[in-house]
Design a binder for this molecule. Sequence first.
Ligand code: NAI
Ligand code: 15L
Length: 270
Amino acid sequence: MINKLLITGAAGGVGTLVHDKLTSIAKTVRYSDIKEPTYLSADMEFIPCDLSNKAAVFSLLKDCDAILHLGGISTENTFDNILQANIVGVQNLYEAARHHNYPRIFLASSNHVVGFYKQDEWLDSNAPHRPDSWYGVSKSFAEAVAHMYYHKFGQETAIVRIGSCFPTPKDHRMLATWFSADDLVALLKQVVTVPKLGCPIIYGVSNNDCKWWDNSPISYLGWQAKDNSQVFANEIYQTVPMPDKNDPTSVYQGGSFTAAPIVEATDKSN
Ligand code: NAI
Ligand code: 15L
């Protein structure tokens, strides 16, 4: 068990899903976000921090043994917003980690790094990036930063290309991409405790009957996903209309993100 785990983006969907499952991983948890988590109680350490603020991020990482980095913009947005939260934010995080003796990082990357692969393609960690959005591009940048800090400084990171981490799958595509909170937490536990982590690319996906991603290269971590979206399949088939076979959600791994328009800034100076 480690002493202190930092969670960025703690107020978001994934942070909210996992926050009460971390007692077997860290003695204490530091929660951070630009907004307060709804579940916050007086006995929890919460430090508000905008990831684009370098000085604030440097203070935030003090005394942390590992980081679950969830913070940032999690869907398509204006390039400028993504630039601040996901690109400047990641650069600040890794510089602060270098300053604070390289705590291990669980980096929430995304399947949208490879969103333009078709759903009948089987990918492993060697698949060249095919991002489907500025959001996906920002996650490609984050992965590149993780690799650079590993090779230059030995900073260890688990690059986790999360599929769809929600309480349950929401549609037909998510029957393949669903990643349960329990599987994520079990992975986090291995990431922070395994003697040698390195800088692996891991697909954050549960043990679903249908999936598109090969995690065999990371068997050395001693983690195997246990949950299976199949238990929700009947409900999805009964309640969610089957999309047309030519709809992006049926064709591409990244689903609707592949068809998302460029989000224009309302302020044209951006
Ligand atoms: P979310 O959007 O619910 O949560 C992200 C959190 O980051 C929010 O609470 C937000 O306030 C915070 N945030 C945004 N900008 C920030 C900034 N500049 N400084 C500090 N905090 C900031 O996203 P969710 O679903 O919880 O995802 C968590 C992470 O996992 C994200 O990085 C997302 O890209 C990634 N991910 C999530 C997937 C999912 O299925 N939920 C799938 C693939 C990746
Ligand atoms: C993501 O990267 C998003 O953060 C999340 O909101 C979902 O859209 C997920 O991917 C997905 O592809 O289902």
